[in-house]
Design a protein around this ligand. Sequence first.
Ligand SMILES: [Zn+2]
Length: 689
Amino acid sequence: MMTENPFLKESPLPYQLPPFDRIKDSDYRPAFEAGMGEQLREVAAIAHNPKAADFENTLVALECSGQLLQRVSTVFSSLNQCNTNDEMQKIETEMAPKLAAHRDAILLDPALYARIDSLYRRRESLKLDAESMQLIDRCHTQFVRAGANLPEAAKEQLRSLNGQISSLITQFKQNVLKATKASAVVVNSADELRGLSKVQKGAAAKAAEARDLKGKWLITLQNTTNQPLLAQLKNRELRERLFRASIERGSSGDADNTTVIAQLVKLRAERAALLGYPNHASYHLADESAQTSQAVHKMLSDIAPIALARAKADAAEMQKLIDSDAAASGTKRFTLQPWDWPYYAEQLRRARYDFDQSQVAPYFELNRVLHDGVFYAAHELYGLTFKERMDLPVYHSDVRVFEVFDADGTPIALFLGDYFARDNKAGGGWMNNYVKQSQLFKLKPVVANHLNIPKPQAGQPALLTFEEVTMLFHEFGHAIHGMLSNVRYPRLSGLAVPLDFLEYPSQNNEMWAREPAVLRHFARHYETGEPMPQALLDKVLAGQKFGQGYATTEYVAAAMLDQSWHQISVAQAPAAKEVAAFEAAAVHKSGLDYPAVPPRYRSTYFSHIFANAYSSGYYAYLWSEVLARDTGEWFHLHGGLTRANGDILRAKVLSRGRSADPDKLFRDFYGHAPDIRPLLEYRGLTETH
Ligand SMILES: [Zn+2]
């Protein structure tokens, strides 16, 4: 039976595209087990090689290990995200601890580390090229950061801390789920729901029915502090109720996260101390392009007051609306509160940039945006061309495959587009790498983009919002980063960059959606081919800058809260009952203590930092965006959408993966340190109305 397992051998398909048509759910478990076993044998052979350690028999050999595990992991993690089922989720739960222990077995193997360390110490004498030097450096860093050079007793302590931290993370995640569900707001009369559409009211009635609350309505909560329905609800009492339900989530009752937070930040501080750092933030940031807490703090605190001033200016406009409404209806005047913000922001947006989504949508047809926008920009910038391949197997009939060619006709990659929403697909948009580019294995990349565009009925066009158009460009920016990668070692390939650099190419690529030379090319009516009228185009573009004061302020407040939680020493960790006070003090210290705009997440439901990979890393999105907007300005100063410009970015950044320090790649491209001004302009934060 094992002989039929499609993961056991390299895929015979072009570019080693996974043989999706031959993969069954029952193939994963045995392939994972065989893959881990194979890699442990390979690693043991490297660690106990009787020959003295050299670059080839240790570092290159380690790069070559674990190929079977790599094949099954990449396919499994991608399909589990975009096309999952119960069986796959069971496999995920079962494999997660096994894979974590497998990684530890390699990273904490003393014999293997001794060889890597000996090479690292004499790296200058090895006469290696720059990329090979970087491989030694990265590999050594990864082992050291995992605790490889600690004495055995400390390693044992580390394993125990890792175990406790990972159980707390699971507990945090489950509490957020439970608290979010339990905090849904029950509404007793239809009248309270004024402002919602028929469809939305119907959904709220259905949600209530599902919880045996027949004849009532239920408003379920989204992850963020701000709840989208606040923009529509006319009933002020209900708005307040919904807002309070959101911010009080997880702070009491049987899904109380304060104890989890208190323990988690303390254990993270302990682990950092064990690894030789003053706190968790220092540990995390040392391997990011920001490097230090000071650098992160500087970027956030430079932007904070400007964002807050913009938010306050918008608040003044909204207060005028509130006052004139009160005067007109003879009701009592009130001061703008956080639960009023989205509602009056929506009134203000309509007053300023009045247009309707239904006017815009016919000009943004998916295929046209893809070919005449996304692919067109990539052609103008990098000389790429795209040819759809109908002969290759896919995992779902909606998935499209394109072969990508360089300017001289050389085939360089396969690109998969999986654009439509499905019940068994995670939300949002993302990119993944099925095959990583590497010269070592002579592999060209296979990358995929995933979005959640509502699928139109058969024969109907998929018409997008401008936000969806922007997402299409964003995810393709990640794809470009993977497809143009041109490095030797897989460990340094493509998107193997720090979190605070990862969103740079993608946010940069968003700029082309707004660029007149590209926008004019794709914004055409799907039936008549007529270009979008200039007046409408102007409104759509101007509308992009609306509400950025609020968005930037709530984001920066959350990013600073994250830094505060992870800059504490073990002794400074608060008790569970002090968690709320700690948060209030942190927000106050950030200078963003403005109740009308609360942090995007409060601690008790801040999953990015307490349940996902972004602990002391929530700032990363904005850090990357600074680089992206600087790059956008650089393009404009050098003539915009040209091959010459694209080739420079490609040579200096997009093809380089992590073959050099990302911070250095950026400076070599840009000529100096990052500057926040272009970001402020892009977000319209410096404009006055
Ligand atoms: Zn992204």
